[in-house]
Ligand binder design. Sequence first.
Ligand code: ARG
Length: 563
Amino acid sequence: MDFKLEVAKKISSLADMETEKAMELMEIPPQPNMGDYAFPCFQLAKVMRKSPNMIAKDLAEKIERDDIVEKAEAAGGYLNFFINKTGFIKHTISQILDQGSKYGSSKEGEGKTVLVEFSSPNIAKPFHIGHLVNTITGNAIEKIFKHLGYNTIKLNHLGDYGTQFGKLISAYKRWGNDEIIEKDPINELLKIYVKFHEEAEKDPTLDDEARLYFKHLEDGESEAIALWQKFRELSLKEFKKLYVDFNIEFDSYTGESFYSDKMPEVVEILKDKKLLKESSGAQIVDLEQFNLPPCLILKSDGATIYATRDLAAAIYRKRTYDFYKSLYVVGNTQALHFKQFFSVLELAGFEWAKDCVHIGTSLVKFADRKLASRKGDVIYAKEVVDEAVEKTLEIINSKNPNLENKEEVAKKVGMGAIIYTFLKNNMGRDIVFSWEDMLTFEGESGPNVLYSYVRGKSILKKAGNISGNADFSYLKTEDEFNIVKQLGSFKETVEQAAERYEPFVITRYVTDLAKAYNKFYNSHPILSAEEEVKIARLALTKAVCNVLTTGLGLLGIQTPESM
Ligand code: ARG
């Protein structure tokens, strides 16, 4: 039960105000001794032509006391509510235990489709740490919207098109060795691609050859297409290994190449709307009215570019999915590109342009110098993941050497630690990557939250099967009530995360919940408490574990049973 909503309903039945409005106005008082919710009467004062003080007093007298509201007091224009603690605890815990993984979900998204484009690496190029941040962030955003009932579609807009593929074909035909490529496709393709550039410096005819191969690709000639497909498949196979590790499945991998034959239509639309302008041989859309540099649509040689493909993709997606929102989880470094092409869509009269949102992810900064890549300045995602799992295994080996399924646990905890680090702060802030902060079992870290969960789980296991219903009037301490209050705000938290496109709201939440549970655990007996108290505390523990699993799950973090 949503107590805030129930309180708002009560206000609405007594005063001239919609329930929703009352919900909006309600605040959490600055001090707990002032109540659990406070309703400011200032807006009502204007309508009712009475002082806020009078209104608060009047309402305080009239409001019914029951298992939702225990006490209501007027204080300086506010109506302070004290909710019935036992009622609140009972409703909240029962609801969590009833609903399980559905707790905190809603129907707000029913019938609405949200597209989440994320990850989108480039084929035959390394999957770097920036792609990993996008992958993890996008995955969380998708899960959050799904929890709220939206029909979500996960799109991977592969970078699989461009003149560089002419170069790669040329390089492959010269130096490609299938045996080596099969073993380590991305590195080997990258190697011959780099070699191509070096050789082309010495011999410019190589560039002509590459242009020709790219033309073959555009014209659909079978050899070029077959090679390109091979590069694409080999790369995708590599990328998918990482997706499997993170439990991510995409609904579509249609990348940039898919839109190459859909671009002439975009050019037509822009021409029709008289938006195309010539500028030193190229075709652009002027965006001065948005205070943005012009958007390049066609290069002087007639070749289309990145933005044009994105325009084609956006139009295709609207037609195919009729989305409610189309989200792009891509590094902040591309913010200008998104502003530009969204503005072009708006100018072209697509009113749904406003439903396209760029969720700009942050840069990763390294606190440890040690992490500098072994292969130049690109940090490979796979190396980071492998190292996190390896290091976690070392920690487990020293802390809990007899643990069963060590490898599996290390994987969950190590990858959870990365996800936690990436989703710890709001997106405006750089991500600071430090092995020490990331893998510590203390303080604010993924492993620490998981540790609280595992602790709760182990108590439940020790307790075995409990018969009889919990009597929640035995949960009397402030620590217990605080936990339940947090449990009760889970749905609001998920809604807020979706509204702000900020998974960190959930990271914050699980961290606080784990902290509150730890505090309780450290100062109150559970298994050794009196029978009635024990049963109630076990139910509370179960509810905490439930909500932690769900919350962490929304971030893409899996919970181990022990660690
Ligand atoms: N492949 C691009 C990159 O690695 C990201 C693609 C972003 N998505 C888009 N619709 N432009 O930088």
